[in-house]
Design a protein around this ligand. Structure first.
Ligand SMILES: Nc1ncnc2c1ncn2[C@@H]1O[C@H](COP(=O)(O)OP(=O)(O)OP(=O)(O)O)[C@@H](O)[C@H]1O
Ligand SMILES: [Mg+2]
Length: 308
């Protein structure tokens, strides 16, 4: 559906997207995952053709003109605050010259899907953050696109809403929609079929989440601690990185047994009692940290596995 070859986009001295080659296939749920300023928005805007690359090439739908359609939900969607939910949908659809009868039918279906029916006549300004995002999604769906391109659609909204939003995405995907989205949340990366990790404009890794977890050189040991500061573990020569992870620590190591011994001895010397669990399957956050050797900001509070 989308092919990017050696895509680069500069803004003055800043290289926002640097030599990116990627392919999004039909039926994918493809996630562009990276921290603030990684280049996600720029890459999605290049994919949509909203901006031109400095060099490289993007091809949509195999390069044949008018063969496909996509809906785009920008990071900062400007809904009309003084229009109601249904009026926003009608307004958006009218930009595509869709006739009134068709708009009415489609609006009914997607409002049902996004459970916005009870809020149909509410002004967009009076919606919660999560509902605004759903309305923006609804507007992107009104043209019945083959592909959805979504820029951080769940940013800043609560965990319950994020789950619901992902349920809608899975539903659409099961009906055949290709989804290309960006997210700063590593837990959402777990929900994508394919993930591209983006850092400073460059692709750090691409693959299915399970593949990426096997590729990293570090093993992860999990330590359960009752909110003690264990950052000093990162200073041990056996430990590559130690990071706080909700109510526990994840320690990235090259060799599990020597690291466990070193950790146990330093904790004992300090009189700290914690439970060290065995090596665990890395999370996508661990993958990102291992590949970029950088800490990432994460949102906690929900379990991605129970969405799909
Ligand atoms: N129009 C622009 N003019 C100048 N610099 C820009 C422009 N758009 C993006 N940049 C720069 O390019 C880099 C990548 O920005 P981009 O918005 O693509 O990142 P992002 O991953 O979407 O970040 P965020 O998570 O904050 O949305 C940043 O350094 C940004 O300041
Ligand atoms: Mg962005």
């Amino acid at each position: 559906m989308i092919r990017m070859e050696g895509l680069t986009r500069k803004f003055g001295a800043v290289t926002a997207v640097n030599e990116v080659s990627l392919q999004v296939d039909r039926g994918d749920i493809f996630g562009l995952v990276g921290p603030d300023g990684a280049g996600k928005t720029t890459l999605l805007r290049l994919a949509c053709g909203l901006i031109n690359p400095t060099s490289g090439r993007v091809t949509l739908f195999g390069g044949e003109k008018d063969t496909g359609s996509f809906g785009y939900m920008p990071q900062r969607f400007s809904l009309c605050g003084d229009l109601t939910v249904i009026e926003n949908i009608e307004f958006f659809a009218s930009l595509y010259q869709i006739d009134k009868k068709t708009i009415k039918k489609r609006a009914g279906e997607i409002l049902e899907l996004t459970k916005l029916v009870p809020f149909k006549t509410r002004f967009a300004d009076a919606l919660s953050g999560g509902m605004k995002q759903k309305l923006a999604l609804t507007c992107a769906l009104v043209i019945q696109p083959e592909m959805l391109i979504l820029d951080e659609p769940t940013f800043g909204v609560d965990p319950e809403f994020r789950k619901e939003f992902w349920r809608i995405l899975y539903l659409l995907n099961r009906e055949g929609m290709t989804i290309f989205l960006s997210t700063p949340y590593m837990d959402e990366a777990e929900l994508c079929r394919q993930v591209a990790l983006l850092d400073q404009g460059r692709i750090v890794a691409v693959g299915a989440p399970d593949q990426l977890k096997k590729q990293i050189k570090h093993k992860i040991i999990e330590i359960k601690a009752d909110a003690k500061d264990l950052d000093f573990l990162g200073e041990l020569p056996e430990v590559a990185d130690a990071s706080f992870y909700g109510d526990r620590y994840h320690v990235a190591v090259l060799a599990v047994e020597p690291a466990k011994a070193a950790i146990a001895s330093v904790l004992a010397a300090k009189g700290i009692t914690v439970s060290i669990t065995e090596e665990i399957t890395p999370s996508m956050e661990d993958v990102f940290v291992s590949l970029t050797e950088k800490a990432v900001s994460m949102a906690y509070g929900w379990v991605p596995q129970d969405v799909a």
